[in-house]
Design a protein around this ligand. Structure first.
Ligand SMILES: Nc1ncnc2c1ncn2[C@@H]1O[C@H](COP(=O)(O)OP(=O)(O)OP(=O)(O)O)[C@@H](O)[C@H]1O
Length: 846
């Protein structure tokens, strides 16, 4: 019966009224096309060629002014009949091409339909304004709904992951990708909220909506900041693991964080502030605590931050502080523990005032001992001890850094020892952040047995410094975040393109996949960044075997006393530039600059390696900060920091927090061993560059074991991430003026969305999905489920395994299934051609 229901669904979606058919016929006869141009695309009619149009050209009549022009054949793409307008899935388009996809996205976006399925993935465009499509009521509606009836929505992604996990008993993951400001973190919050509402176990109350809100508030305070393109940019990567019991209720949850941009505490791009928490704390702290932490006078110059001066900024920060205090209570963080956190932040503030100077005997010391005294009190130590920890600890890398800086004009005015002070402060902040993660995990993790997990990943978005007006080039931190996005994109490519492609070949399925062999992949650029020497990228390219990736080169150069940022760039270019890699790497305008062709060349980023050698060499003072916190004479400080560096956290370089609570990881001890070793290798060599690689490996290894759903978040405008401060729908016109009436202006910047669509290779994946047979079912399983639909004799036979393919073939003949919708594979079984409903027609019967 179920199969019949499924067949009926097919008939329903293919049946059209006479009127619709007539309009489609008229449309097709007129040969509607899109003329592609640099600003977008224009609707046109393709005119008949009477033999007078030169080869390679076609003649079109533009709809908007009636002009008839000859254009390049390649600049014209078939348009779809109007019945396809606003389709929910790009795979449903009859003519799948970039302009039609963009037209669909734009039409949907203009109608506040920000989500669109794209075959195996989903696109979510930042609406730049609050929408009423998220609420507990809507979640309840989704919970009641069959997956196949759900519209494209972030809740559908969460619901599908949950349903698939329960059906397959396999771990799932939801991967949020995209540029900075595209809405990844907002979507992460919606996904977590969905699980908190739909799967929280009321008996444990572990993962309630209140707690999800509190976790977001705390993470955004400590790990977010305003950047030039996002008013609330995330500056760390996170992996939430929601662990479920067999009934699908939440048994436990945990958070891992990595790649915190800790350098932001001490220096950052021009015009960008420190992490939110500093301003919020300084604006909101009550008088008593302020006095205890010596934060009553904030007028002294500070190396690390400038307190807020505008009264509206202070009011906003104070309001945020109120939310932080509520969040602290919800997460059951005790007043004593929170006081410890504020003490360390206060110490960082005081160290910024203390600064560095050269003493009478040529020794490096604090320039303002009274501020150093305040810092020492907050940390539970003495100024002497602090001086020793910072300036006389492991000086080997500091000495190297000093040598480097002596050749660096920008740093010529900085006193000796500044690197060590900065490193100490970064260490303090990293440990404080890790401790916050520990406190969050303490509230949401349990030892209850969890059968399966759903992992949710959010990382800082891709950022091109030139498109944000920083023409001097991207920083090392930009490179790290962009590298994470490339790795996620590579995984998307492997899962949605190359593995399907390989499967079709292996199954000898006959489908229209001619040009797929030539599809670009992110693999070469990822290798250029992280390949260890000696590993070959491809069989055909033996020469690549001895090339080291950028991070390895940086690691090597950082250890070499005579090396400079310029010599690092020179080595990089030498290795790659002369061997036909221009499509990956190019020389920049100066000796410290180079260009990486991210996302298959769709997003070239100019990087500036100024300070990279220093950034990649971990100063001993970072470790000294950890030791200082654990050895503090203030018992609450030492207790909290010792507890937070449990055996798990300490084993992976201290820069990945929260490993110990992760249930899915506990089930995979081999992976855990693997990356622990890698992390230690990076740590042993004090190499920040290698730690970056190993941290991302850790993340990817965990994802690899799951079935992933990818959410591609798009920015519709360059300033999307600033919509909260600029007012949602103010669109900047190309001449720089602002139009507050969006109906007059195109809401979506088409070339910008086009470049995201291309860079993410979404249409390639959709095409493979649409023209191929992505879903498959084992022959025996198919026979068991559907043989009742066959001839009555079919009920009587029990084919052997060898006869199964033939039996299934006969069954399909008997039920007269449209031949284009399924194929009999070589080894596996039957593949279903795509539309979402086809897939679900199969799944519903399971
Ligand atoms: N679904 C949405 N509904 C309403 N506003 C949104 C939505 N998605 C994004 N925004 C707006 O865009 C801003 C930027 O979004 P968000 O911080 O989530 O981007 P991101 O991709 O996580 O950026 P980054 O990578 O820099 O951390 C948000 O502060 C919010 O104002």
């Amino acid at each position: 019966m179920a199969m019949v229901g499924g067949l009926r669904t097919i008939v329903e979606i293919t049946a059209k009224s006479e009127e619709q058919l007539a309009s489609e016929r008229a449309f097709l006869e007129a040969e509607r096309v899109w003329l592609v141009h640099k600003d977008g695309f224009a609707a046109a009619g393709l005119l008949k060629d009477d033999g007078d149009v030169p080869e390679g050209k076609v003649r079109v009549q533009l709809d908007y002014n009636g002009d008839i022009i000859e254009v390049e054949e390649d600049d014209v793409e078939r348009a779809n009949p109007t019945g396809f307008d606003k389709v929910e899935d790009l795979a449903q388009l009859r003519y799948l091409n970039e302009s039609s996809a963009l037209h669909t996205l734009r039409q949907r976006y203009g109608n506040s339909l920000i989500h669109t399925f794209a075959g195996p993935t989903i696109i979510a465009i930042n609406p730049m304004a609050p929408l009423s499509i998220y609420s507990d009521k809507v979640i309840e509606m989704f919970k009641e709904c069959k997956i196949e009836d759900m519209p494209p929505h972030i809740y559908t992604v969460a619901a599908t992951a949950h349903r698939d996990m329960l059906l397959s008993r396999k771990d799932q993951s939801i991967v949020l990708m995209g540029r900075s400001g595209s809405g990844k973190t907002v979507n992460l919050k919606h996904v977590l909220h969905y699980f908190a509402v739909s799967a929280n176990n009321p008996k444990t109350g572990l993962f309630t909506p209140d707690r999800v809100q509190a976790i977001s508030t705390l993470l955004e305070a400590f790990g977010n900041t305003r950047t030039i393109i996002n008013a609330n940019a995330t500056r760390f990567s996170s992996l939430f693991s929601i662990d479920f019991d067999p009934s699908g209720q939440i048994a436990s949850a945990s958070l891992q964080t990595m790649l915190l941009e800790k350098s932001r505490v001490v220096r950052r791009p021009d015009g960008e502030p420190n992490f939110n928490i500093f301003y919020q704390m300084l604006a909101g702290l009550d008088t008593q605590t302020r006095l205890e932490l010596h934060l009553d006078n904030l007028s002294d110059p500070n190396l690390f931050m400038t307190p807020l001066s505008r009264s509206e900024d202070k009011t906003q920060a104070a309001a945020a502080w109120g939310r932080i205090c509520t969040a602290i209570t919800i997460m059951k963080i005790t007043p004593q523990e929170s006081f410890v956190l504020w003490s360390i932040l206060a110490a960082i503030y005081h160290l910024g005032v203390a600064s560095v100077a050269r003493g009478n005997l040529g020794k490096t010391q604090f320039a303002h001992p009274e501020a150093a005294q305040r810092a020492a009190e907050c940390l539970g130590t003495t100024v002497d001890e602090l001086t020793r920890s910072i300036f006389q600890g492991n000086t080997s890398s500091s000495t190297l850094n000093r040598k480097l800086r002596s050749t660096d004009k920008d740093s010529a005015n900085l006193p000796d020892g500044i690197e060590s002070l900065e490193a100490f402060v970064m260490g303090l902040y990293q440990d404080t952040f890790n401790t916050l993660v520990f406190l969050i995990n303490r509230a949401i993790s349990t030892n209850a047995s969890a059968h399966n997990s759903i992992l949710v990943v959010d990382a800082p978005g891709f950022q091109n410094s030139s498109t944000c007006g920083r023409y001097q080039g991207g920083t090392f931190e930009d490179l790290c975040h962009n590298y994470v996005q490339e790795r996620l994109q590579l995984m998307f490519h492997e899962r949605s393109i190359s593995s399907l492609h390989d499967k079709y070949i292996q199954e000898k399925l006959d489908c229209d996949l001619d040009d797929l062999d030539e599809l670009p992949t992110p693999a070469p650029l990822v290798a250029l960044i992280d390949k260890q020497a000696g590993t070959r990228v491809s069989q055909s390219n033996l020469a690549s075997a001895d090339r080291r990736g950028l991070l390895w080169l940086l690691d090597e150069e950082a250890l070499f006393p005579g090396a400079t940022d310029e010599s690092f760039v020179e080595r990089l270019l030498l290795q790659y530039n002369q061997r036909g890699c221009e499509d990956l790497l190019k020389k920049g305008p100066t000796d410290k600059q180079f260009v990486l062709q991210h996302f298959q060349g769709t997003n070239p980023v100019l990087y500036n390696a100024n300070g990279w050698l220093q950034a990649s060499r971990e100063d001993g003072a970072v470790k000294a900060a950890s030791v200082q916190l654990q050895d503090s004479s203030l018992k609450p400080v030492s207790e909290l920091f010792c507890a937070s560096r449990g055996p798990g956290a300490a084993s992976v370089s201290g820069s990945i927090a929260g490993l110990e609570g992760n249930h899915s990881l506990r089930r995979a001890s081999s992976i855990r061993r693997g990356f622990t070793t890698g992390g230690q290798m990076g740590m042993k060599r004090h190499s920040v560059a290698l730690q970056v690689k190993f941290q991302v490996d850790t993340l990817m290894e965990q994802l690899r074991r799951t079935k992933s759903q990818f959410v591609h978040c798009f920015i519709p405008q360059h300033n999307s991430g600033l919509c909260d401060v600029k007012g949602g729908l103010n669109i900047t016109k190309s001449n720089g003026s602002v139009n507050s009436n969006p109906s007059e202006e195109i809401l979506m910047n088409v070339p910008l969305v086009r470049s995201q669509l291309r860079g993410a290779q979404i249409l390639d994946a959709v095409r493979l999905h649409k023209n191929g047979f992505p879903e498959s079912m084992n022959y025996s399983e198919f026979w068991r489920k559907f043989r009742t639909l066959g001839h009555e004799d079919a009920m009587k036979i029990q084919p052997t395994l060898g006869e199964m393919k033939e039996a299934v073939g006969s069954l399909l003949e008997f039920i007269d299934l449209d031949k284009s919708t399924a194929r009999l594979g070589n080894t596996q079984g039957i593949g279903h051609s795509i539309t979402r409903r086809f897939i679900h027609f199969e799944r519903r019967d399971q």
